[in-house]
Design a protein around this ligand. Structure first.
Ligand code: ATP
Length: 904
């Protein structure tokens, strides 16, 4: 069918459209037809554009300065007919490329798999029922409902719309949202002007609509141009770029040094060949070639650890930034609280009613002044409950003996409270069918529905008290008469409820005169009758209370930014233990969105720092708050779920979206998505972020001394005019084996104790502090002294050159091996973090020792690497030298722990 109609969907009259697609807007498709079409058209998924081919990725591994140097060395050695050396160098280059390729491909795959795990859902009508299905299961003919915040899941022809606006920038590049409406367009309307179509992967920024699927997967417009983000080949973050720049700079320094060494050597009468080999050894030894790969791998491991703790990273740089987070701005409902609402109190007709029962079970009773009452006795109460039931889109379903909510829990609580009074939705919607609705949008803070037969109508409204009360001109009494509205009393009652931490919703009604068929905001701006208030509890999450405490101990301030009432928000904040200043400072009062609007930018900077609770905040104000906090140097993580939260999420250092309740728009804008919507997962991600950063620093502190030591050994030998203690192929051996078997294992190092008792990382602080620089220098010099000393001692004792060099190589390998245990913690001693807490590292060490024995004793290895067997006495000295390194560094750590706690 696609072939005939490819260009004509926008032009078809609706009856023909439905006939053609064999569907109907009321019933949609049935499950049998869906299964059949799914087989015919395949899943609604766009095949990802192929990224760089594996062959190119493999060849790119050779595109590194160090590899060029090695290849030149291999070529020159083959010219000199040093076949063994040339073979070893070639072999090392290839093995290095294979390892790099496999590791990189694995990291890319892991991150890609995670981003795919964030599946999106679509609301459809199938067999006459509304339900949520994975977007991948949509088929042509499906009836899809759209609302603001949704990502359009397939190409749709719109059947009905209400103030629909869609951001089509993914398709057309035009960032201003376009208005859409149903209807028939002329045949020659261009794609960008087809206002009766909604295209896959564009974003609904406002309004609601219904449409029927006309194309899925690769048949959609976006699928055909296939411009979706190609697979993420490049794993770049600010840190990896910084390290790449550092490596580049180091390369020039080393090449300069190599040139000087070469000239000095030749001038002193050394042979060109010897000097060439010395220079190659210097370059190979001093360039930290394993560094970029280790950074990428450590970040990738961090990403998968975070995913296990329910935080999916969408943008890799977030892994680094998490460790430096100083402020977390969190929503209240659902993130800090359970989002399991139960109506407990109702104020109607001037009386207060208590509602018993808990959860979504519609079992409970109403009481007034301690006596049970029937809702029939109070007209205002009944109308208030009815308004809650009809002005409502949530559905409660009973599955496996448990009541589950489809839709907004706030609304579900209202279905339950109405159910406790005997009001049933099926019965009431038959009596008062819904004609139109203004959906809830957080900027208006109310929802309205129009019911009736077109002649005799009633409008029900529910929303925030500040939004509803000014529209009301009278109230409903217990006996059902309209009476004077006591605004002050209503506010007092609402504040009493809010003071107990209840979320308060106000209800009102309007009986419009004349036939109304459509509702507009203007229609409900005045003349409403106030019906009452319903107050519902939403208890704090226990994990959130614990996580807030951990954050505060870690020097991270937690702020609540909510659309809810200031008094409710403050009461919940008290229960959760939020305090603005972090160090037990008294909790400042909540700041209201209205007050916030009057603050100048400078005043807001001060207020943003000091206040812990921001209530009735409009989404645009979230952006101002993030900017104010950033202006005072904070690194801000901000949560958001709505369509209007996207700018704040983008501005925040870490935008956090909600995986369950969040809109697709907010997820697209976020750096991180929480799969459980829980505040404690942000805290977990921060903890992992700090761990990742620690492990990176550990790797760098471990790897650089080898490079420094090897470089120094070669320089010292050339300048002293003696034989090289280590040959280029031997340096290659050391760097290759230790980086993979020892250094990389630090990426698996568990988080250190007390990681959340330290202040956040200062992003301006260099990766390597002066203290760590000193440590690297000490180890580098000790390695130089150990290997050079042992080499000269062996020669003077009459050992062969091969044996002396084998001793020098072993000093490096075992020195690095012992030093690896120092590096497992930058501050604590090995005993306090546990000898066996990193099993990967122990395996690596075991394997390294075996390889080193092979290097020393296996004849084939002796031939390839010019090594020779050594005796027990030599081993004794090698181990003693390595042990000295270990002890010196532990003493240095101990001194630093005592003199400067809290560093590095
Ligand atoms: P957050 O998740 O940001 O902590 P919130 O969920 O309380 O806050 P909003 O959803 O913007 O914030 O709700 C703000 C106010 O709007 C609520 O206090 C309530 O009075 C009202 N409200 C919330 N949901 C609805 C709804 N479905 N219909 C009508 N009014 C609503």
């Amino acid at each position: 069918m696609k072939e005939i109609l490819e260009e004509h969907w926008h032009h078809l009259p609706e009856t023909e459209l439905f006939e053609f697609l064999k569907t109907s807007p009321e019933k949609g498709l049935d499950s049998f037809e869906v299964a059949h079409r799914l087989e015919q058209f395949g899943p609604n998924r766009i095949t990802q554009k192929k990224g760089t081919s594996p062959l190119v990725l493999f060849l790119l591994q050779f595109h590194q300065p160090l590899v060029y140097i090695l290849l030149a060395a291999a070529l020159i050695t083959s010219f000199l007919r040093e076949w063994v050396d040339a073979g070893v160098i070639f072999g090392v280059v290839i093995v290095n490329a294979v390892i790099g390729f496999i590791q990189e491909a694995k990291a890319v795959k892991a991150i890609e798999a995670l981003s795919r795990s964030l599946t999106s859902a679509a609301t459809v009508v199938r067999s006459g029922e509304r339900r949520q299905v994975p977007a991948a299961e949509l088929v042509p003919g499906d009836i899809v409902l759209l609302q603001s915040g949704d990502k359009v899941p397939a190409d749709l022809r719109l059947i009905s719309t209400r103030e629909l606006q869609i951001d089509e920038s993914t398709l057309t590049g035009e960032s201003v949202p376009v208005h859409k409406q149903s209807g028939v367009l002329t045949h020659d309307t261009l794609l960008a002007d087809r206002s009766n179509m909604a295209y896959s992967s564009t974003l609904v920024t406002y309004g609601v609509a219904t449409g029927t699927v006309i194309a899925t997967g690769n048949q959609t417009e976006i699928g055909r141009i296939n411009e979706l983000i190609a697979s993420a080949d490049v794993l770049a973050t600010p840190l990896t770029r910084k390290i790449a720049r550092f490596s580049g700079l180091l390369l020039y320094v080393i090449l300069g040094l190599a040139a000087v060494t070469f000239v000095v050597g030749v001038l002193r009468g050394e042979s060109w060949l010897d000097m060439f080999m010395a220079v190659v050894a210097l370059a190979v030894g001093a360039i930290p070639e394993g560094l970029p790969a280790a950074v990428t791998i450590t970040l990738a491991i961090g990403v998968s650890k975070m995913a296990k703790r329910n935080a999916i990273i969408r943008k890799l740089p977030a892994v680094e930034t998490l460790g430096s987070t100083t402020v977390i701005c969190s929503d209240k409902t659902g993130t800090l609280t359970q989002n399991q609402m139960t109506v407990q109190e109702i104020h109607a007709g001037g009386e207060l009613y208590l509602v018993s029962g808990s959860g979504y079970e519609p079992e409970g009773a109403f009481s007034r002044n301690g006596e049970q009452v029937s809702p029939e006795q109070c007209q205002a109460l009944r109308e208030c409950l009815l308004a809650g039931l009809l002005c409502n889109d949530a559905v409660l379903v009973r599955a496996d003996g448990e009541w589950k909510v489809e839709g907004d829990p706030t609304e579900a609580a209202l279905v339950v409270s109405a159910g406790k009074s005997g009001l049933e939705r099926e019965v009431m919607t038959q009596k008062l069918p819904r004609r139109d609705a203004i959906p809830f949008e957080s900027q208006y803070q109310y929802m309205a529905t129009l019911h009736g037969d077109g002649e005799r109508n009633v409008v029900y409204l529910k929303g925030a008290i500040e939004s509803l009360l000014p529209r009301c001109s009278q109230a409903l009494s217990a006996s059902g008469e309209t009476i004077r509205l006591d605004v002050d009393q209503c506010h007092r009652r609402a504040e009493e409820m809010a003071g107990k931490g209840l979320r308060v919703l106000a209800f009102a009604r309007l009986e419009p005169t004349g036939g109304v068929r459509q509702l507009r905001h203007d229609d409900v701006s005045t003349g409403l009758t106030f019906l009452g208030l319903q107050g519902m509890i939403d208890p704090p999450r226990d994990e959130a209370i614990a996580a807030v405490r951990i954050c505060q101990a870690a020097g991270i301030r937690v702020k609540m930014i909510t659309g809810d009432h200031a008094i409710t928000a403050a009461a919940i904040a008290r229960q959760i233990g939020l305090n603005g200043g972090g160090d037990g400072a008294a909790q400042p009062p909540a700041l209201n969105g209205g007050e916030l609007a009057h603050l100048s930018d400078a005043e807001l900077i001060v207020a943003a720092e000091r206040t812990a609770v921001f209530a009735r905040v409009a989404p645009e104000q979230k952006l101002r708050l993030v900017e104010a906090l950033q202006a005072s140097g904070q690194v801000v993580a901000m949560t958001g779920d709505g369509v209007n939260d996207a700018p704040a999420l983008r501005q925040a250092n870490i935008g956090v979206a909600m995986g369950i309740t969040g809109t697709e728009v907010s997820k697209e804008a976020a750096d991180m998505v929480l799969t459980d919507d829980n505040f404690s997962s942000i805290e977990a991600a921060v903890e992992e972020g700090r761990g990742v950063f620690d492990n990176l620093v550990k790797f760098i502190t471990w790897t650089l001394p080898t490079n420094l030591g090897e470089g120094l050994v070669i320089l010292a030998a050339v300048f002293a005019g003696v034989q090289l203690p280590i040959l280029p192929v031997q340096i290659l051996w050391i760097n290759m084996t230790t980086a993979v078997l020892l250094g990389l294992m630090l990426a698996f190092e568990p988080k250190e104790p007390g990681i959340m008792q330290r202040p956040p990382l200062d992003p301006a602080k260099p990766l390597l502090t002066a203290e760590l620089g000193l440590r690297i220098a000490i180890v580098g010099v000790l390695l130089l002294a150990g290997s050079f000393g042992l080499f000269e001692w062996q020669l003077s004792a009459g050992s062969s050159l091969g044996k002396a060099r084998t001793c020098a190589v072993n000093v490096f390998v075992f020195g690095e091996l012992f030093y690896l245990f120092n590096c497992r913690s930058l501050r604590h001693s090995l005993f306090s973090i546990g000898m066996f807490s990193n099993r990967w590292l122990l395996w690596g060490v075991g394997l390294m020792i075996i390889l080193q024995f092979l290097f020393t004793y296996l004849p084939a290895m002796n031939m390839a690497f010019h090594s020779q067997p050594i005796g027990l006495g030599e081993w004794g000295v090698i181990i003693a030298a390595s042990l000295i390194i270990y002890i010196v560094i532990e003493v240095e750590k101990w001194i630093r722990r005592r003199t400067k706690p809290g560093t590095p």
